[in-house]
Design a protein around this ligand. Structure first.
Ligand SMILES: [Zn+2]
Length: 304
């Protein structure tokens, strides 16, 4: 459910970090060996302080301290005491070097914007089943549905494989519903997440809901959507038409991302994007220089 604010999430992370640190500390306290080393360290730090004040040589203490630290790490490993954090990179603080960690951004997308929880996706390039696509009837392109899907699968897989050095900045997947666009989008999102790419997969209805809330003055910042490394938008055009007021938001988002060189992948079954939105949006989505367009044709898989 997208009902959290950034401040809620920051408070969540602070609490999580405190709880985990406390649990880690308790594990250390229970170990006699570790406590022995800790005592030695305290004594050494005192000695170092004395040396510093008495103009003595503190460097010898530093060497000893480093050796103790190493002994402590070895003892921790030997005792099976590992620091346990959900995200070892940021130790569940949500921040690394003054920047938000990907684990924090992931929760922003999911809990503030209502993006898809990528951990629940079951689709993957590995389990792609080519046999569900027809291989007899050539489509308008001259290729069968299976041949087209194999090609598109490869394009999408390569896009994530070489990310962010992709051949084209963006991809547009077009065609009727039920031809596998969402499937490929899910595969891309899942694979990107697995690779540690900062990625956000939004169904169009949820995206326009964010725009709507922002317009109504709710506490929904847009900069995370603007700055995410890879934004995937599924089902563009299925959002309620009554939210047309948000078209300006869509243009602004696409335009900023295009200009910033950030990657956006959109799937839509709208034939005439210019008619559905306007020329500015269609030209951003279809920009030939920056975008690879994949046309989907064939039989609706859901009817099979
Ligand atoms: Zn993290």
């Amino acid at each position: 459910m997208a009902n959290k604010t950034i401040s809620d999430l920051l408070a969540d992370f602070e609490l999580r970090h405190a709880q985990k640190s406390y649990a880690n500390e308790r594990r250390r306290v229970r170990s006699k060996i570790i406590q022995g080393i800790e005592e030695e360290k305290r004594a050494l730090l005192l000695k170092k302080l004395e040396c510093a004040f008495l103009q003595g040589e503190a460097r010898a203490c530093d060497k000893e301290l480093a050796a103790l630290e190493q002994r402590e790490q070895e003892a921790l490993r030997a005792e099976g005491i590992a620091e346990e954090y959900d995200c070892p990179a940021c130790r569940d603080t949500g921040v690394i070097g003054g920047k938000y960690c990907n684990c924090f951004l992931y929760e922003v997308y999911r809990l503030v914007y209502g993006a898809v929880d990528l951990k629940t996706l079951t689709e993957s390039f590995d389990t792609f089943d080519r046999s569900v696509f027809d291989d007899k009837l050539p489509q308008k392109s001259g290729k069968t549905q299976r041949q087209m899907m194999e090609l598109y699968r490869k394009i999408c897989e390569d896009y994530i494989g070489v990310f962010p050095k992709t051949v084209k900045q963006n991809i547009l997947l077009r065609g009727k519903a039920g031809l596998g666009k969402t499937y490929l989008l899910n595969c891309m999102a899942k694979e990107a997440h697995k690779k540690g790419i900062d990625v956000c997969l939004m169904r169009s209805a949820a995206l326009f809901d964010v725009f709507f809330k922002h317009r109504m003055g709710e506490e929904v910042p847009l900069e995370f959507l603007r700055n995410v490394q890879l934004l995937l938008i599924d089902d563009l055009g299925t959002e309620p038409v009554t939210q047309n007021v948000s078209t300006e938001y869509l243009f602004d988002l696409l335009n900023r991302r295009l200009e910033a060189g950030l990657h956006t992948v959109v799937a839509t079954n709208i034939d005439d994007l210019q008619k559905r939105y306007d020329e500015r949006i269609s030209s951003r989505l279809e920009a030939k220089q920056a975008c690879a367009t994949l046309f989907f044709d064939g039989e609706d898989l859901r009817l099979k």
